[in-house]
Ligand binder design. Structure first.
Ligand SMILES: [Zn+2]
Length: 209
């Protein structure tokens, strides 16, 4: 029963994220923690705008499929390593929005390995944030096809933060999370909108400098 309910919530969150244009060309992946160290996660290559519970599979804590022959995302390790390091994380959502992809690529290309968000009311949608004038740092890491190395880099960067809410892989996309799928969905939506605001602010600065 637990799997069916969680799979349904991942389907609904995934369809919403895709509806925002944040999962182009079957990209992105979504997961949630199950009992006994297992993880429900989207299968590789599925259209995120048309997800159904049949597109959700189960992997163990190391990302290995519980049903032989099923294939999860190539980025499964980026999900399972977060569950391993952060017991409070119950769901992880990964998007490939145009704004997070392009802004992170531009910033890292200029040596800036984090995006600092401040003075946005929507920051209060993130866990533990109660005012607009706090600061939320979102690490930007270089993209890689080596998931072991990439997950180690991500965990190192997150460990340096008091309360990490997400990170961006440059030129690739955003990872965010929450205690539940619905909380992860709110955090992901908030961060995507905040990234777009940061990009707009940068463009305005350049236009009127
Ligand atoms: Zn990705």
């Amino acid at each position: 029963m637990e799997f069916e309910a969680i799979a349904q919530s991942l389907v609904e969150a995934g369809r919403f994220l895709a509806s925002q244009g944040w999962a182009p060309a079957t990209s992105g992946n979504y997961s949630a923690r199950l009992a006994e160290g297992q993880v429900a996660i989207t299968m590789s290559g599925r259209d995120k705008g048309q997800l159904t519970p049949a597109d959700i599979m189960v992997v163990d804590g190391q990302g290995q499929p519980r049903v032989a022959g099923q294939r999860s995302s190539a980025e499964t390790l980026l999900h399972t390593s977060l569950y391993g390091a952060y017991p409070e994380v119950g769901a992880v959502l990964h998007t490939h929005s145009i704004d997070s992809v392009s802004l992170s690529r531009w910033l890292l290309g200029r040596g800036q390995d984090r995006l600092v968000l401040t003075n946005y009311e929507l920051l209060k949608a993130l866990p533990g944030i109660t005012t607009h004038d706090g600061e939320v740092a979102v690490p930007i890491v270089a993209n890689s096809q080596d998931m072991v190395a990439l997950s180690e880099t991500v965990l190192t960067r997150l460990e340096a933060l008091p309360a990490p809410v997400g990170y961006i892989i440059a030129g690739h996309g955003l990872y965010s999370w929450g205690a539940t799928v619905s909380q992860a969905r709110v955090a992901t939506e908030a961060l995507e909108v905040l990234v777009s605001c940061a990009l707009q602010a940068l463009l305005l600065d350049q236009k009127f400098a």
